[in-house]
Design a protein around this ligand. Sequence first.
Ligand code: ACO
Length: 322
Amino acid sequence: MKYSRISGTGGYLPDRILTNHDLEQMVDTSDEWIVSRTGIRERHIAADDQSTCDLAEQAALQAIDAAGITADDVDLIIVATTTPDRVFPSTACLLQQRLDIHGCAAFDVQAVCTGFIYALGVADKFIRTGSAGRALVVGAETMSRIVDWNDRSTCVLFGDGAGAVILEASDEPGILSTHLHADGSYENLLTVNAGVSIHPDALMAGKAYVEMKGNEVFKVAVNTLGRIVDETLEANDLDKSEVDWLIPHQANTRIIEATARKLKLPMDHVVMTVAEHGNTSAASVPLALDVAVRDGRIRRGETLLMEAFGGGFTWGSVLMKY
Ligand code: ACO
């Protein structure tokens, strides 16, 4: 059986760090409130002249290097982003040009914070069916561009960054299963209610902002992520104890802890970057993976469970042997 397997990871965070103490100077908030409700201490913010594609490029170059390949070896590019550089071409096409690759399929996936899980699920299917041999899969965001910096209920949560993997065909496992879901009936609990065809005036004025009913999102997220853990384990006939690492979407420490409790997984087997990165949406899972691969925590052959929940609502998981 043919599998797809991660052969290299990369990550990039912009230089500028915005701490909770910096935010105390901007809105009516406190380090104590932010840490106790979310676990976030600081986040990285892209420079004014840095775009989502700029961040994606740095992460992609690292992943290509870590996989020991050259850009020419890539035959599929998928970028998960909710903050693309342009309406079109896709950020994946812009990235393709930066990498000087020509001809392979390149497209974006939009599933907000679940974007990277969706992108990995799609790339896995391309590889398993033989349609691609080596995919570059990126999650990249400049969430700071769609945050209202006067709204304390959202501006403390988000950050910018990019993470990337090279996924390639292999006889060794690999991705074992992917589980992708959505329920659009929750459209208004978490949204940027502006775009090209509705409220374009807000978009043009740079006032298309994240709006979130945080409390309600929180409850659905905890329940839904609990269910997807069960679904993933059952689909693979796997016991909780066989999961070595949980690599969750990094939105909120309390949501992550609830999922870890469900798995009976000690927190030192959960990759946590939310304190330093904040919520980087589609970039959060690949960034966390890259951190734990590079610092030597995650080793070849270990079983990883990645999961995410985000606007849509969308949610999903990937179970894999690293
Ligand atoms: N500083 C101080 N006080 C604040 C702040 C702040 N930054 N933000 C809100 N508050 C206040 C509120 O005004 C409210 O005050 P009130 O009781 O006087 O009305 C109080 O704190 C409690 O507000 P809640 O929203 O109920 O706080 P909660 O404990 O739910 O925490 C949070 C808010 C952190 C947003 C939480 O609900 C959460 O993490 N939700 C889920 C987020 C998530 O997972 N999103 C999905 C991914 S994101 C994506 O897809 C783009």
